[in-house]
Ligand binder design. Structure first.
Ligand code: SF4
Length: 279
């Protein structure tokens, strides 16, 4: 990856990009590629299972170029930004000493230890995106997520306490979801109160374990029409796949949305919810 040159952003019509971090305009960068985890629903398993880390100095060159164009924020798009602490420490040291940028990154909740959160906040991290997925350990195990509900809760609290905005993603209606597991998710959201919420339903993208081993999840049918496989959430799972609990998904989705709305979580038309904090 280090052999790739810094992108020539000037060849792109940047007025068409509307990324922000806080109230600052941002551009995207990539620092790591690949993920060794095997979450059942994640299409990232298409990529390398061995994470490839760019040289922090090389990442700094991209940031310098972005800063020279008048931007003061970046969105780090990597799935697994925080998994190699020595590498992260070096990159954060560079960010802290040479730049005054704000950034957003993605993190697994089990990597967000106190010391890591400190590193992030001191180097300009203002927003972190976490795959929380569920408040139920039963569902987290079913998803092969490799994290526990208590870790989700602790990571959200830790980031919020440090002043980092938390954008949390949850999956509703994964095979095996029950009203009890859904209530656990609602309780976790209510108690930990992430700043922004995105609720999705699972999609069995080709290459995921859901797609490769449907019997493991009780899936008896998947739509042969890949046009149905949209990240833009279909509440009604019956469009995409059939499994023992798929008939309940739409009702469950509506239920949790209504409960969250009553708790003050905002609902927007693209089915993402925020507690009212603006980006
Ligand atoms: S959800 Fe995140 S941790 Fe899991 S496989 Fe995908 S990128 Fe890796």
């Amino acid at each position: 990856m280090d052999r790739l040159p810094t992108p020539n952003y000037r060849l792109v019509d940047l007025t068409k990009y509307h990324l922000t971090v806080g109230d600052r305009k941002a551009l995207p960068i990539a620092a790591v590629r690949g993920c060794p985890y095997e979450c059942a629903f994640c299409p990232s398993i298409y990529r390398s299972k061995v994470p490839h880390y760019r040289d922090p100095e090389d990442v700094a060159l991209d940031i310098e170029c972005i800063v020279n164009m008048g931007y003061s924020a970046v969105r780090i798009l990597d799935d697994l930004f925080i998994s190699n602490e020595p590498w992260l420490e070096e990159l954060c040291r560079i960010l802290r000493s040479r730049f005054r940028i704000w950034y957003r990154c993605c993190a697994r909740v089990d990597t967000l230890k106190e010391s890591v959160v400190q590193l992030l906040v001191e180097s300009g991290c203002r927003e972190v995106l976490v795959g929380a997925e569920s408040g139920s350990d039963v569902m987290l195990r079913a998803m092969r997520k490799g994290q526990s509900a208590i870790e989700v809760k602790q990571a959200i609290r830790r980031c919020k306490d440090a002043g980092i905005k938390v954008i949390a993603y949850f999956l509703v209606g994964f095979p095996g979801e029950t009203w009890e597991t859904l209530r656990e998710t609602f309780e976790l959201i209510r108690e930990s109160s992430p700043d922004e919420l995105h609720l999705h339903t699972p999609v069995p993208y080709p290459g995921t374990d859901l797609y490769n081993n449907p019997q493991r999840y009780g899936i008896t049918w998947m739509s042969p029409n890949f046009n149905d496989y949209s990240l833009n959430i279909r509440m009604d799972q019956r469009w995409i796949l059939t499994h023992p609990t798929s008939d309940n998904t739409q009702e469950m989705y509506s239920w949790i949305v209504a409960k969250l709305s009553r708790e003050g979580f905002k609902c927007s038309t693209d089915q993402s919810f925020t507690t009212g904090t603006t980006l």
